[in-house]
Design a protein around this ligand. Structure first.
Ligand SMILES: *Cc1c(COP(=O)(O)O)cnc(C)c1O
Length: 237
């Protein structure tokens, strides 16, 4: 990828984030941009790093581990993909945040691996707020119960909620889902569950991150908007 294009993309995303924050009366520092780099070679991540990016999002454990090894140590790695229990041991304690926890059994495995490494692992609960049959994530109704269960695990810390919104052509269609996510996070925060904070709301992707910010997202995950289209054939599994 040409460096100038990457720079321009980043500047445009940055500008749109700043504008969305201004519209919502929010501070720019309240929103973290995660550059979603799955399928992109380490050299491209390095270019983004040189342009100042420090938060990267990856979906596949093997790819994440490989990139972690070759890239600078001050990168904050976000595991944003669906995580299988048998892969947890490869990344537990190495990521800034695991975004997509949607079952007690997965949280339990993270807890076991975290304990082994004498650390605590910050996670988000993935909510399927739109009730899409094809999606991972816990239903909105069951989220509080799951949070209460996971809260009992000593080496796991719930930091908030995560949403993969429906794929839509008009981002306005997702506004209602972002609003519901915000409300759910407020409801859970009001319960004052020990070990559970709702400081993070991870929602919004290339097609809809400005709307997500207007509705309270504190982390947006932007891939295509920064790195261009993905070519899945080139992915090293
Ligand atoms: C791939 C991916 C993204 C980024 O998607 P874009 O539409 O390319 O911005 C964000 N979040 C998750 C969970 C993803 O898998």
């Amino acid at each position: 990828m040409r460096m100038t294009m990457l720079k321009e993309n980043l500047e445009l995303v940055e500008k749109r984030i700043a504008e969305a924050c201004a519209r919502a009366g929010r501070a720019r520092e309240d929103v973290t941009l995660i550059a979603v780099s799955k399928t992109k070679p380490a050299s491209v991540l390095r270019e983004a790093y040189d342009l100042g990016v420090r938060d990267f999002g990856e979906n596949y454990v093997q790819e994440l581990s490989d990139k972690m090894e070759t890239l600078p140590k001050d990168i904050r790695w976000h595991m944003i993909g669906h995580l299988q229990r048998n892969k947890v041991r490869f990344i537990a304690g190495k990521t800034e945040l695991i975004h997509a926890v949607d079952s007690y059994r997965l949280a339990e495995e993270i807890n076991i691996q975290a304990k082994k490494r004498r650390t605590t692992v910050p996670i988000l609960i993935e909510v399927n707020i739109a009730g899409e049959a094809s999606k991972f994530g816990i239903s909105a109704e069951d989220t509080i119960l799951l949070a209460e269960e996971i809260a009992g695990l000593e080496n796991v810390r719930i930091k908030g909620l995560m949403l993969i919104a429906p794929y839509v052509s008009d981002p306005e269609e997702n506004r209602v889902h972002f609003q519901k996510m915000k409300q759910l996070s407020v409801d859970i925060a009001d319960k004052n569950i020990d070990n559970v904070s709702m400081e993070i709301l991870s929602m919004g992707m290339t097609g809809d991150y400005t709307v997500a910010i207007e509705e309270g997202a504190t982390m947006v995950r932007v891939g295509t908007g920064i790195f261009g289209e993905r070519n899945y054939n080139r992915r090293k599994a």
